[in-house]
Design a protein around this ligand. Structure first.
Ligand code: ADP
Ligand code: ASP
Ligand code: MG
Length: 441
């Protein structure tokens, strides 16, 4: 079994969907095809949800109508047969009727999740209709029948495996299965999702659940680049990454992968490939268990919206148990700490989820004086045994001349150096690190 996931731009135009059809029929391998919503759709659905949350029903209606119009044009270009077009028109009608009904009922978070799910439901149904029109045999696998998260929003991998196995055994002869990325059921059996960009996570979870031979993430760029191509002009694709390297880059802001999308594949040792739908013959990036034997800096990523806390206490001097007390507070509010540095009298740490910042700060104040800084960015420099590259820290520091560093984390792992800077400096730092750490002709 292989998993092929196609992102928003890969299905965002009718001709791209035809290209996806070419890619999934290029061989006879058994495959589960995971599709995102058409590009722009999830953003539009977020906008509809926001308008409804603010009670702006007229605005929500305008947004629904505009999106409906987009789909009415899309299917006419996608399909040519009368039957195919009739089917697509019916699918679109049903989903937009659903959105229109939502306008009339009182809005809540569960309904918002239902709204957000419409994008992947529409893209997969329209793509499936295309396959039917072309008489390509395929099975439609509703993700809501097997993808689930628990009360902590964590995917239930073993249940997903059991359900998928049971479904797949019903189709021993079929080789193409179509399913939705991103959407799932939660522990209340409501429709939910794996957060923005979550289709990558779906693909990796399905890869792990089916012990697939490979998870292919098809997108609009030829693999993981050494730096953010949206910010830095000269970047290049990286041929090979270890799971650890890829996980760090994804977690620290490389948008090409959902932050949590590596662990399921890593846990079951399923290779992940990043490939370009627009350039299918490009080698892309292969992510596997072992390193590629190279030493040194491979890539840089930046993550925005970071908050730092500094807890200062003279009681920390020579005291043990202080860190435990701090960590217990974060544990109580289920908030992850990303970076951490300590001195004899203070501890600095960062978080990106600030939903419990108030409570956390109030409890930390019992331990010492607390300072809070917002709008920071973490810059993460990743590579195999990065410390063995001669002078790497010098180069990093050199390129940060004039830029105040709020924290540095070096030595936490052998593959990573992280810097905390003012968010406004992120672009400049990514650009100057690129110049200093990589050779471009
Ligand atoms: P999809 O819709 O296929 O999931 P995404 O937009 O989520 O695609 O991810 C692909 C985009 O990620 C690229 O177009 C690129 O702009 C952005 N990106 C950010 N950092 C990197 C990186 N280090 N390497 C490659 N792409 C990156
Ligand atoms: N459609 C969802 C999003 O835009 C999931 C995905 O594309 O991965 O976030
Ligand atoms: Mg994505």
């Amino acid at each position: 079994m292989k998993i092929m996931k196609f992102g928003g731009t890969s299905v965002g135009r009718p001709e791209r969907m035809h290209q996806v059809k070419e890619l999934i029929t290029a061989d006879d391998d058994k495959k589960i095809v995971v599709l995102s919503a058409l590009s722009g759709t999830t953003n539009a659905l977020v906008g509809i949800g926001e308008a409804l949350a603010e009670g702006k029903k007229e605005l929500a209606k305008q947004k629904i109508d505009a999106l409906n119009e987009h789909y009415n044009n899309f299917y006419l270009e996608l399909l040519t047969s009368k039957a195919g077009r009739a089917k697509a028109a019916q699918i679109i009608k049903e989903h937009f009727e659903f959105l229109t009904i939502i306008l009339k009922i009182s809005f809540n978070e569960a309904i918002n999740k239902d709204i957000l799910a419409q994008g992947e439901l529409l893209s997969t149904k329209l793509f499936y209709t295309l396959l039917q029109e072309l008489e390509i045999p395929a099975v439609f696998l509703p993700a809501l029948e097997f993808m689930s998260i628990d009360e902590n929003d964590e995917p239930e991998l073993s249940k997903i495996r059991q359900r998928l196995e049971a479904i797949l055994t019903r189709y021993p002869e079929d080789s193409i299965f179509i399913t939705q990325g991103y959407i799932c059921k939660n522990h209340r059996n409501e429709v939910d999702n794996l957060k923005r960009g979550g289709s990558d996570y779906t693909a990796s979870l399905i890869g792990a659940a089916t012990s697939a031979s490979v998870v292919e993430i098809w997108t609009d760029i030829d693999g993981m680049h050494n730096n953010d191509p949206r910010i830095v002009e000269q970047t290049r694709a990286i041929a090979h990454l270890s799971f650890d390297e890829a996980a760090e880059l994804a977690y620290f802001g490389a948008k090409i992968l959902h932050p949590a999308s590596i662990w399921p594949a890593q846990l079951h040792n399923v290779p992940v490939k990043l490939l370009n739908t627009m350039e299918p013959d490009a080698p892309g990036t292969t992510i596997t268990g072992g390193g590629d034997g190279t030493v040194g800096v491979k890539a840089i990523a930046g993550k925005d919206g970071i908050t730092a806390l500094k807890i200062k206490s003279s009681r920390m001097l020579l005291a043990y148990g202080f860190l435990r007390k701090v960590f217990e507070i974060f544990e109580k509010y289920r908030t992850a700490i990303d970076m951490i540095t300590t001195s004899e009298v203070a501890i600095s740490l960062t978080m990106d989820d600030v939903s419990h910042l108030k409570e956390i700060t109030a409890e930390l104040q019992k331990l010492g004086k607390v300072e809070v800084d917002h709008h920071l960015s973490i810059i993460c420099i990743v590579g195999n045994n990065i410390m063995e590259e001669k002078g790497v820290l010098n180069k990093i520091m050199d390129s940060l001349e004039q830029i105040p560093l709020r924290m540095v984390s070096y030595g936490g792992s052998r593959h990573n150096v992280s810097l905390l800077i003012d968010g406004k400096q992120k672009e400049r730092v990514l650009q100057s690190l690129n110049q200093r750490l990589f050779d471009f002709e």
